[in-house]
Design a protein around this ligand. Structure first.
Ligand code: GDP
Length: 182
């Protein structure tokens, strides 16, 4: 499924990570990008991004995933972060209800700044900490249904469902872009 970084790709997609501070965005990204990544820092705009090449069917897709690099703490995420993004992982922490309650605010922002076709996958991270759970699996699922999003619980720590969450987003972006070009 994964390819080396240098290979020629058929598509290049930008996707963004969003959600409150410390929900695990950076760790999800480094899990996903593993060793096949190029993490670049853009201190001037305060974001970082990583690339990963993914094969979907016979196409090679280069996914460029942007991380907020802590800017969300200062509510400094601007429209440029979302510009050109075709997908977003909207992350909360299952052990902190406040991060789930913030999702409304994040969804409002996504609708304001994101493109109309933005593919959003809702991610409840830290599923390894089930004993501290404050958000039920069912609550995540219901919100996703209500907002028409895909949904998954993940653990960046235990590497559970991380690949699946990113792949679901990337595959959906690819399907939509094929559909559009037909
Ligand atoms: P960000 O601010 O959203 O980018 O969050 P980070 O990726 O920096 O993670 C915040 C904290 O949560 C760090 O201490 C991580 O080690 C921890 N963390 C992230 N993901 C997980 C996870 O899946 N399980 C557990 N137990 N801790 C996690």
């Amino acid at each position: 499924m994964t390819e080396s970084f240098d290979e020629e790709c058929d598509y290049l997609f930008k996707a963004v990570l969003i959600g409150d501070s410390a929900v695990g965005k950076s760790n999800l990204l480094s899990r996903f990008a593993k060793n096949e990544f190029c993490l670049e820092s853009k201190p001037t705009i305060g974001v970082e991004f990583a690339y990963r090449n993914i094969r979907v069917g016979d196409k090679l897709i280069k996914a460029q995933i942007w991380d907020t690099a802590g800017q969300e703490r200062f509510r400094a995420i601007t429209s440029s972060y979302y510009r050109g993004a075709l997908g977003a992982l909207l992350v909360y922490d299952i052990t902190r209800k406040s991060t789930f309650e913030s999702l409304k605010k994040w969804l409002k922002e996504v609708r304001e700044f994101g493109s109309r076709e933005l593919v959003v996958v809702l991610v409840g991270n830290k599923s390894d900490l089930a004993q501290y759970r404050e958000v039920n699996l069912e609550d995540g699922r219901s919100l996703a249904q209500l907002e028409d999003l895909s949904f998954m619980e993940t653990s960046a720590k235990e590497n559970l469902n991380v690949e699946e969450a990113f792949l679901q987003m990337i595959t959906r972006i690819y399907q939509l872009s094929c559909h559009k070009s037909m």
